[in-house]
Design a protein around this ligand. Structure first.
Ligand code: ADP
Ligand code: MG
Length: 611
C-alpha cells in the first residue's frame, strides 16, 4: 500500500488549524466583556440564526433539498417551550425535550409524505407548511392568538439563571459550537458520505445499499431539530413569542443566511447569519435617515444586496474565503483495523442467480423479451450481443434498478423480483454501470468507501457523537485494500472526476468490491481500456473468481470475453439467442449471423485492430 504517499500530509496544516480554532474560541469567550448590551443581543440572535442556517446547509448544501419552512419549526419549538413553561409551569428543560420531539415528529411526517414525491414537492410543501403554522399560532387562544405568550421564564442551569443576555450568550454559542461539531462529524461518517453522494441521483447510492429517501428524510429531520433547538433558545432569550417571527418571510431570511454564507460549507451558516443580521440592523438604522418609508424600502435594499452577492459570489462568503485560503483537511491515512465481517459464500456450483422469463417493455419497445438464464456460484458468465440487444436493461432488471414488466428473478434462492434496488444490493449483488456513476468531486477513497456502506451500521447519532471511529477505520481499511488491489492506492486522495474514463470504470469495480458482493455484475468494464489494462482487468476478475466472487459481465471485446468466461449468454433484439461454452457459442451460425449483421461487430473489429 502506498503508505508513503498517503502520509505525505503537510504537518504545519494541523497546528495552524489548532491555533486558529483556539484564537476564535478565546475571542468568542471574551467578546461579551467588550460588547455592549446591543452587541451581545445581536450575537445571540446571530447564534440562534446560525443554528437554523446550519440545518439548511446540511439539507440544501449537502442533500440538495430546499426548505422554505424552517421558521415554522423554530416557531413550533418556541411555542412548545413557551406554553409548557408558562401555562403548565414546567421547566424549560422539559420544554427543550418537547420542542425537539415536536419538530422531529413534524419533519418526519412532512418529509415522509413529500420526499417520496421528489422534485419540487418538498420546497412547495414547506411553503404551505410555513404559511399554515404561523396562521395556527395566531388563531389559537391557548397560545395567546396574535399577541402570543409572554413572561416566559429564563433557563436555569444548576445555580445559575440565564436571565441576562450575557449569560444566554454563552449557552447560545456553546450550543452552536456543539451543533457545528455534530454536523461536521456526521459529514465525516458513513452516513455523511452517503449524504454527500445524494447530489447526482439515487441509483448509485441504492446500488451500494444506501437508501436515498431515508438519507434525505434524516437530513430533513436533522435540519428541523436544529431549527427546534434555535426556537427553544429564542423563546427563553426573548422571553415572549408571537406568530410574526415564524412566518414564511422569516423562513426566507434563514435561507438567505445559508446561501449568503455559502451552502457548501458548515461555517457558512455562522458567517451567513452574522452577515444577514448585521446587514438587516444596518439597513434599519440607515434607511430612516434617507426616507420616511424605511420599512418598505428595507426589503428592496436587502433584495438588491443579495442579488449582487449571488451574482458575484455564488458560493457565498465561504466560497470567497475558501478561494483565498483553501482549507485542506489532512486526508485520512491507511490505518490498521480489523476487517469488516464478510458474507459466507455459497458452495461452488449452487445456483446463485436465476432469471426466468424476464420481460421489459418501454412503451411499444420490448427491450428484454422472455429471457431466462442461470448463474452458478463461482462462475464467470458473459452476456454478449450487439448494441441495443437489451444487455444493460437486463442488468437493470436483475439488480432491481428498473421494475420488470413480467418474469421472475431469484437471488440466493430468494424471490427478489419485486424487492427494491437497495434491498437487492444488501443481499450481496454488486454492480457497475455502463455509463459510469461516480461522485466526481469526492476522492477515490471516499467513492470506494461508499461501496462499503451496507457493511457498517453507525447512524447519525453515533457518527455525530464520534462513536463510530472503529467502524470508520474498518470501512477505510477496506477501501484502501480495494484501491490497492486495482492499483490506485497512490491516487486515493485525488478527485474521482480527474481519472480517465477507463480508469473510472475500474474504480467502480473497487467500489462494488468494497460491498463484499457474492455476485458482481459488470457492464462493459473494459471499454476505454488499453490492451495492457485489459489484461490486468482480466487477471483481477480471474483472481476474484478464485476468491469465490461470481461474475456476470457484459463486454464487447470478444477476445477478452472468450478468454475470461466459463459460459456465455447471447442476446439479440431483446431475446436470448444462444447459451453455452465460449467455443460452442463462437461456432453457432445464428450468433455469427447476428454479429455479422450488426454494425457493432464492425466497430469491435475496428477497435480490436488498433494497437
Ligand atoms: P445494450 O446494453 O444491449 O446495448 P440496452 O439495454 O441499453 O442495450 O437497450 C436495449 C433497448 O432498450 C434499446 O433499444 C434502447 O434504446 C432501449 N432502452 C433502454 N433503456 C431505455 C429507457 N429507459 N427508455 C426507453 N428505451 C430504453
Ligand atoms: Mg449496454
Amino acid at each position: 500500500m502506498s503508505a508513503s504517499t498517503a502520509s505525505a500530509v503537510p504537518a504545519s496544516g494541523w497546528s495552524l488549524r489548532t491555533v486558529s480554532v483556539a484564537v476564535v474560541v478565546l475571542a468568542m469567550a471574551v467578546a461579551p466583556l467588550f460588547l455592549g448590551k446591543f452587541g451581545v443581543s445581536l450575537m445571540n440572535d446571530i447564534g440562534i440564526g446560525a443554528l437554523v442556517a446550519l440545518g439548511l446547509v446540511m439539507l440544501t448544501g449537502v442533500g440538495g433539498a430546499t426548505s422554505f419552512g424552517q421558521a415554522a419549526f423554530v416557531g413550533i419549538a418556541a411555542y412548545a417551550t413557551a406554553w409548557l413553561s408558562t401555562s403548565q409551569g414546567l421547566s424549560p428543560w422539559l420544554g427543550l425535550v418537547l420542542a425537539l420531539v415536536l419538530t422531529g415528529a413534524a419533519a418526519l411526517t412532512i418529509g415522509a409524505i413529500t420526499l417520496r414525491l421528489g422534485g419540487h414537492f418538498l420546497p412547495l410543501s414547506t411553503i404551505a407548511w410555513g404559511l399554515s403554522i404561523a396562521l395556527v399560532f395566531g388563531n389559537m387562544a391557548s397560545l395567546g392568538s396574535h399577541t402570543g405568550l409572554s413572561n416566559i421564564p429564563a433557563i436555569h442551569l444548576g445555580p445559575w439563571s440565564l436571565r441576562e443576555p450575557r449569560a444566554m450568550y454563552y449557552l447560545v454559542w456553546v450550543v452552536v459550537g456543539l451543533a457545528y461539531l455534530f454536523c461536521r462529524n456526521v459529514l465525516q461518517s458513513r452516513t455523511g458520505r452517503a449524504m454527500r453522494g445524494l447530489r447526482g441521483g439515487n441509483i448509485l447510492l441504492a446500488s451500494v445499499g444506501a437508501d436515498p429517501l431515508r438519507l434525505k428524510l434524516t437530513l430533513f429531520v436533522l435540519a428541523a431539530m436544529l431549527a427546534g433547538l434555535a426556537g427553544w433558545l429564542y423563546a427563553h432569550n426573548n422571553r415572549f413569542v408571537s406568530p410574526a417571527p415564524f412566518d414564511v418571510r422569516a423562513s426566507i431570511e434563514y435561507l438567505l443566511m445559508a446561501v449568503a454564507g455559502g451552502v457548501g460549507h458548515l461555517l457558512g451558516a455562522i458567517l451567513g447569519a452574522a452577515m444577514v443580521l448585521v446587514m438587516k440592523n444596518t439597513v434599519q438604522d440607515v434607511l430612516p435617515l434617507l426616507t420616511t418609508r424605511g420599512g418598505q424600502f428595507e426589503a428592496v435594499v436587502f433584495a438588491l444586496l443579495f442579488i449582487a452577492l449571488l451574482h458575484y459570489a455564488r458560493g457565498g462568503l465561504m466560497g470567497l474565503v475558501m478561494k483565498r485560503w483553501p482549507i485542506r483537511r489532512a486526508p485520512p491515512r491507511p490505518v490498521a483495523a480489523p476487517p469488516l465481517a464478510r458474507r459466507p459464500s455459497p458452495p461452488r456450483g449452487t445456483p446463485l442467480l436465476s432469471v426466468q422469463g424476464a420481460v421489459k417493455r418501454f412503451g411499444g419497445l420490448v427491450a428484454v423479451n422472455d429471457v431466462s438464464f442461470e448463474v452458478k456460484a463461482g462462475e464467470i458468465v458473459g452476456l454478449i450481443g450487439p448494441n441495443g440487444a437489451g444487455k444493460s436493461t437486463m442488468f437493470n432488471l436483475l439488480t432491481g434498478t428498473l421494475p420488470m414488466t413480467a418474469g421472475r428473478v431469484e437471488f440466493l434462492g430468494q424471490d427478489v423480483t419485486h424487492l427494491p434496488q437497495v434491498a437487492i444490493a444488501r443481499l450481496g449483488l454488486g454492480r457497475t454501470f455502463q455509463h459510469v456513476k461516480l461522485r466526481p468531486h469526492m476522492s477515490l477513497l471516499d467513492n470506494v468507501a461508499l461501496g462499503a456502506h451496507a457493511r457498517a451500521r453507525a447512524g447519525v447519532l453515533r457518527a455525530g457523537l464520534r462513536l463510530d471511529r472503529v467502524e470508520e477505520a474498518q470501512v477505510f481499511a477496506e477501501a484502501w485494500r480495494q484501491l490497492d488491489r486495482i492499483g490506485l492506492a497512490e491516487r486515493a486522495h485525488e478527485q474521482a472526476g480527474s481519472l480517465p474514463l477507463g480508469t473510472q470504470r475500474i474504480l467502480e469495480i473497487a467500489r462494488a468490491l468494497a460491498a463484499d458482493p457474492l455476485l458482481l455484475v459488470l457492464d462493459e468494464p473494459a471499454a476505454g481500456l488499453r490492451r495492457k489494462e485489459k489484461q490486468e482487468l482480466g487477471e483481477l476478475l480471474r483472481r476474484l473468481r478464485e476468491e469465490g466472487v461470481t461474475i456476470l459481465i457484459v463486454e464487447h471485446d470478444m477476445d477478452f470475453v472468450m478468454k475470461l468466461v466459463d459460459r456465455l449468454v447471447v442476446m439479440n433484439f431483446g431475446s436470448k439467442l444462444a447459451e453455452g461454452l465460449p467455443a460452442e457459442v463462437r461456432s453457432d451460425p445464428q450468433v455469427q449471423t447476428a454479429y455479422l449483421g450488426a454494425p457493432a461487430a464492425a466497430q469491435e473489429s475496428a477497435q480490436e485492430a488498433k494497437p
